[in-house]
Design a binder for this molecule. Structure first.
Ligand SMILES: *Cc1c(COP(=O)(O)O)cnc(C)c1O
Length: 466
């Protein structure tokens, strides 16, 4: 049967899928510690069931239903701590980028681990405040912050506002003046650097909605305008270059361009800006081939790059900030699904359909993201079979994992788990096909705790007023 992997690799299979499928893993039941949460194990006393934070997925599924987002609290906290410690020798701030995953409990963890918090809408700001983050430890992003969002940020005393347009500078000045406040701002600049994984491009122009371009003079004009404002205080610059970045070469080019600009601001306006926020985008391992950098390596490298550039220009080293999002929450989360149907498309592959899909993980459809999936409710000694994990939505692009190997005896009622879904899955979830959004449960020391309860069909109808 062609869909069975040949032990010598996919090239020896009878029929080749058009694109090269991955080679089957040596141990189909293995849990690569770089991909799975820190506390993920197989409980051999329970048929090899997957456990996270000491809780078995069968119990979790029975108690909370599927699909289910399970968050390893210990894993999240360790990653937060390692980022804070990595940057603790320097004048530096670590902001957790809340858009990756934000709930009141997550806000508490971030605060308890000594991090600050980056939000990018009024809704996220609301969660941050409800979760007890002191406003001065919050920074607010967004390319189109509303009047109401800016007003709330100014009134609550949010620590930093990252201004992103001329309209916003004007709007913010008026709001600050009316309230007799003087919010501290950073100007978001685009450096022409766009980085993904091991590659980056450094272009001359910046064709995107975020930021004010260094190359066109927009950034210089923004700085001039903010300095001319009476009620807003310019403290620094912000640059965010991409996502899922595995090396610091892109940061190097961006930091060089920003530092040159700091020099220019100093020369032209006589102000030495004291903060430089280098944004987020630090990569994680979604699959075993991904090779993310350790926080310590990132910290050393970023600080050295900025120090070198500042030395070269005779500037004092600014206070550095970074904004990791997925690097903290991504690897801490898994999604548990129940298999509903198994369809063997003869000679091609097996389609394994689960009870969620693009409504709880849009990243595969949106970005062609890769994920790792494993049998979760039990182990199996069956041969690996080339499979595709798909959802239940009315859309053929409703794919969660394009190519993966599952044991050939996978059957309805099995639980499978997808790793590294802690970032941009729950936060991007939708109600497509009127599927209620899954619950989000945290586990620690064997104790599960609901962070966000599962939606019900009544929840969805409640907003439909007829
Ligand atoms: C999205 C974003 C982040 C976080 O990105 P990750 O890839 O999750 O680290 C940080 N800062 C800004 C400005 C962002 O837009």
């Amino acid at each position: 049967m062609s869909r069975y992997a040949h032990p010598a690799g996919p090239r020896h299979a009878e029929v080749l899928p058009e694109e090269n499928p991955p080679t089957p893993p040596r141990d189909l039941m293995g849990l690569d510690p770089r991909v799975w949460p820190a506390t993920a194990r197989r409980d051999e006393t329970a048929g090899g069931e997957l456990t996270v934070g000491g809780a078995g997925v069968r119990r979790l599924a029975a108690e909370y239903g599927t699909p289910l987002f399970v968050l390893d609290e210990e894993d999240f906290r360790r990653r937060a701590r390692s980022y804070r410690e990595a940057f603790s020798d320097a004048e530096a701030d670590v902001y957790y980028a809340g858009k990756a995953l934000l709930t009141k409990a997550v806000v508490r963890w971030v605060h308890e681990e000594g991090l600050k918090l980056d939000v990018s809408s009024g809704g996220e700001l609301n969660v941050a405040l409800a979760g007890g983050m002191p406003p001065e430890r919050i920074c607010l992003h967004g390319n189109n912050k509303s009047q109401a969002e800016l007003a709330r940020a100014v009134e609550t005393g949010v620590g930093r506002i990252i201004v992103d347009s001329f309209d916003e500078i004007e709007r913010l000045e008026r709001i600050a003046a009316e309230r007799g406040r003087s919010p501290a701002v950073l100007v978001r600049v685009t450096t022409g650097v766009e980085a993904h994984t091991h590659e980056f491009v450094a272009t001359a122009h910046d064709d995107q909605k975020f930021g004010l371009a260094l190359s066109t003079g927009a950034a210089a004009e923004a700085v001039r305008r903010v300095l001319a404002c009476e009620h807003i205080e310019l403290v620094g610059l912000h640059s965010h270059i991409g996502s899922q970045i595995f090396d610091t070469a892109g940061f190097e080019v961006a930091a060089r361009r920003v530092t040159e600009f700091l020099t220019r601001v100093h020369r032209e306006h006589g102000v030495e800006l004291s903060e430089l926020d280098l944004g987020g985008g630090l990569g994680i391992a979604y699959v075993s081939d991904d090779t993310p950098l350790e926080p310590e390596t990132i910290a050393k490298s970023l600080l050295a790059i900025v120090q070198r550039e500042c030395d070269a220009h005779g500037l004092a080293m600014p206070r550095i900030a970074v904004e990791p999002g997925r690097a903290l929450s991504g690897p801490a989360g898994i999604t548990v699904y129940e298999v509903g149907t198994v369809k063997d498309v003869e000679g091609i592959r097996t389609y394994v359909s689960v009870d969620g899909g693009m409504s709880d993980n849009i990243r595969t459809a949106l970005y062609g993201a890769e994920y790792t999936c494993a049998m979760a409710s039990r182990t199996s000694g069956a041969d690996p079979v080339l499979s595709r994990l798909v959802g239940k939505h009315c859309e053929s692009g409703d794919i969660i994992v394009h190519d993966l190997y599952l044991p050939a005896d996978v059957r309805p009622g099995d639980l499978v788990a997808v790793a590294a879904t802690g970032a941009y899955c729950f936060s991007m979830a939708s109600n497509y096909n009127h599927l209620p959004r899954p619950a989000l449960v945290a586990v620690r020391d064997g104790v599960p705790r609901t962070l966000v309860r599962r939606e019900t069909e009544e929840d969805l109808l409640r907003l439909d007023v007829g």
